[in-house]
Design a protein around this ligand. Structure first.
Ligand SMILES: [Zn+2]
Length: 487
């Protein structure tokens, strides 16, 4: 026990030395943002270490006295109980430290890092500058679209339902595109609505997260990235495995709060019957059956960017696909907690898709929180070099005119590429932040995951691994109580 205390004291000293040096530098000269960040991170760790030493001293004291009492065979029940309670409290304190509950602060709590403060400032400025569109019809569609969020619970119900709605579904082969073409579009053809409205039983839902993803991503990985967000995990390979092999264990790990978390996912939230349902431009095929994806014969009118009625600037008022930027601005300006989840595919193709990159740039410009979910740290190391040469001019969209439209909004392509590069690889960039989190909060993240697994195991022992195909018809999205009852 004293050995444990000694180790904690040593590690505290290890963090204190560079912290003192950095603080000294701050006194003697002006500090860069990056250095200020390092001071904030080290201060954070040192504070937690100090608390950890305190809890360990408490535990050690309780255990030593318990041992003495035990050895001398004396029975001071009241006193012994006090010691047990002390030990439990100290252990609970350590658990809180490891769980990541005491995370570094964000806007408004006074302990945010320099980059976080800068983001908050950007968010404040963009929120204050936000003006709804003067065209009332346009704004109405923006707000309708914005309220097509889905809960994680409904998403998981949909995923399990694929066993019935798409019996040949293979999580290792089928992409989001396959699922949209084979289930989402046919499943909402009768109502000619966005599938999200159907999933939520017609109930509008304002989302807390906007999910940026590419349709060529494995659908299973998209769902895994969203679950990772709800579980505060930065990588999703373990979750993807659980989706394949042990869905019930995963459901037990998700509490009611996580299941109620709301997400905006274009594949579900946009009304595909107003745009792409009747054509298969790419000639895409199902990877298992080899058959062409079906086209929809709902007969709904299509609304593209140039379809009347038009706004003063010539943009289609009823088109949903030209409103993402307005929608993000509306949600971000009216909800400081609204954040972006970036569900990165295993090949990192997301960064070559024009829509996705436009969303990344827009969310960054508005100072939104951006949570990037990668399959694993190893995947990032493998792909890093290939991502260095990203150029917005080479990015693609399903409709070339969309890519052109996105490109036309960029006044200086060279400057945009430099900004994109900085946004991803700069000292405050998404990858840097991800890697930093991986180093500094890795232990906390593992602890959180271990706690979730422990919690899951405490409910019911998993005696038999079940795939999602074994769960046909167990729950429906409307049957919310059933999923909750599992938790
Ligand atoms: Zn249709």
């Amino acid at each position: 026990m004293s050995c444990r205390c000694f180790l904690f004291l040593v590690s505290l000293l290890i963090f204190l030395v560079p912290l003192r040096a950095l603080r000294g530098a701050r006194v003697s000269s002006s500090m860069s943002k990056e250095e200020e960040d390092h001071v904030a991170v080290l201060s954070d760790i040192t504070a937690k270490q100090t608390l950890a030493v305190f809890f360990h001293i408490l535990i050690s004291f309780a255990e030593v006295v318990s041992l003495i009492l035990c050895l001398t065979q004396r029975t001071f029940n009241g006193f012994t109980n006090t010691l047990i309670v002390t030990e439990c409290l100290a252990n609970a304190g350590l658990l809180v430290l490891c769980s990541g509950t005491l995370r570094r602060g964000s806007c408004g709590d006074g302990v945010a890092s320099a980059s976080e403060r800068e983001r908050c400032e950007r968010h404040r400025a963009s929120s204050e500058a936000y003006q709804p569109c003067e065209d009332a019809d346009w704004q109405q569609i923006v707000e309708d679209l914005a309220c097509r969020g889905i809960t994680l619970e409904c998403l998981l119900t949909f995923y399990k339902g694929l066993a019935e709605t798409m019996p040949h579904f293979d999580p290792h082969l089928h992409t989001t595109m396959d699922v949209v073409r084979e289930v989402v579009i046919p499943g909402s053809a009768a109502e000619r609505c966005g599938f999200a409205s159907k999933m939520m039983g017609g109930r509008p839902l304002r989302p807390k997260r906007m999910v940026t993803h590419n349709w060529s991503n494995l659908f299973r990985d998209l769902v895994a990235a969203i679950v990772a967000d709800a579980l505060q995990q930065s990588s999703f390979s373990l979750i993807a495995d659980l989706l394949d092999t042990d869905m019930s264990a995963l459901e037990q790990m998700l509490g009611p709060e996580a299941l109620a978390m709301s997400y905006w996912v274009c594949a579900f939230s946009v009304n595909q019957h107003f745009s792409i349902c009747n054509v298969n431009l790419e000639g895409s095929r199902d990877p298992v059956t080899g058959e062409s994806h079906p086209v929809c014969d709902c007969g709904s009118v299509k609304y593209f960017n140039d379809t009347p009625p038009l706004r003063n600037d010539g943009k289609g008022i009823r088109c949903e696909m030209n409103k993402f930027q307005d929608m993000i601005a509306f949600l971000s300006a009216t909800d400081a907690e609204f954040a972006q989840v970036i569900a990165v595919d295993r090949d990192f193709n997301l960064f070559n898709r024009a829509w996705c990159v436009a969303e990344l740039a827009e969310a960054s410009r508005m100072g939104m929180q951006q949570h990037m979910k990668l399959v694993s740290k190893e995947a990032l190391d493998e792909r890093r070099e290939r991502l260095d040469g990203l150029d917005v001019q080479h990015m693609k969209a399903a409709r070339p005119e969309d890519a052109q439209e996105i490109l036309s909004k960029i006044p200086d392509v060279t400057a945009f590429n430099a900004h994109l590069h900085d946004m991803l690889f700069g000292s405050q960039g998404l990858f840097f932040t991800w890697a930093k989190l991986d180093l500094i909060e890795q232990a906390a993240e593992i602890a959180r995951f271990a706690l979730l697994v422990a919690r899951c195991n405490s409910f019911e022992p998993v005696t038999q691994k079940r795939t999602h195909k074994d769960m046909i018809g167990e729950e429906s999205c409307g049957n919310a109580g059933k999923l909750n009852s599992v938790v």
